[in-house]
Design a protein around this ligand. Sequence first.
Ligand code: KG4
Ligand code: ZN
Length: 334
Amino acid sequence: MATILGIESTCDETSASICIDGKIHSNTIATQSVHEKFGGVIPELASRAHQLNIIPTVEQAINDAKIHKNEIDAVAFSRGPGLMGSLLVGISFAIAFALARNLPLIEVKHMHAHILAHFIGDHKPTFPFLCLTVSGGHTQIVQVNDYFSMELIGQTIDDAAGEAFDKTAKILGLAYPGGPLIDKHAQNGNSLAYTFPEPKISNFDFSFSGLKTSILYFVQKNTKENPNFIENNLEDICASVQHRIISILLNKLEKAALVTGIKNIAIAGGVSANSGLRNGINQLGEKHSWNTFIPKFEYCTDNAAMIAIAGYHKFLQNDFVGQNITPLTRWEIG
Ligand code: KG4
Ligand code: ZN
């Protein structure tokens, strides 16, 4: 039996999870609403909220799993990439908890964890598989050869897909995080109402900064002519923007799958919660007879269950770190 406590604190979610023998028994998430009005995460406010949330969140996760803290065998934590102040809170807690209870510590790469979230349920991918990992900070196509052997085959050269959603939301006057709101408004809109450009980027790389600028100019031009333009056309604007972001993502993923010949295809990260992307990957999967893997909603955006499952697989390999571990704000996927 192996009982792992997972801790996630890279950005603006404080989360703790208990994984017992590869099964998730709890996944408690404290989401920080303090950033809503700023259009993005304010690092100093995030680390302060983590400090307030970390102990009650871990207590809740232990209670929800109906275990006693004596039963925990190891502590897994997100070492990065992420915000320095936010990471420090989670890592300091993990070190202190492990030290006090004489437990081994397991470091986890946040981006590995997003991908390894696919090993939580029963519908597990087989290796190798391609994973489109799309979050607020990353947009990557990763060839996953084994649990901790991953190859980056394409990534964004500027903004991430989540940022494209969040920045568009800010332009439209919607709150942060904008992705879920754009998704919601897009449901009833016409995705072909407006056309936004698709960037010409080589290989399997992505770019979203040009799209953001074209949306900004489009909105400025139209609101000059009609001050109620956004209000009157919000659903169509959201549907059209979402349509373009998804087509940029899926065109590259399709190309990568055809070139590598890999037919096990997954999506992961916060943007994989997007309903249009989830439908799109299913349609593409049917077209090419792929085995597609879409995470459950609760494992798309940041959560500690993915840290705990990744920690479990490292525990099986006796892959531990010392108490002198420090956060890494940048950390390549490799
Ligand atoms: O993985 P995540 O929780 O945090 C990072 O590691 O960055 O991803 C957060 C991102 C945000 O940009 C948010 O707007 C986006 O995921 N997101 C969505 C949806 N839900 C979350 N984007 C589009 N549609 C959604 N339904
Ligand atoms: Zn994330």
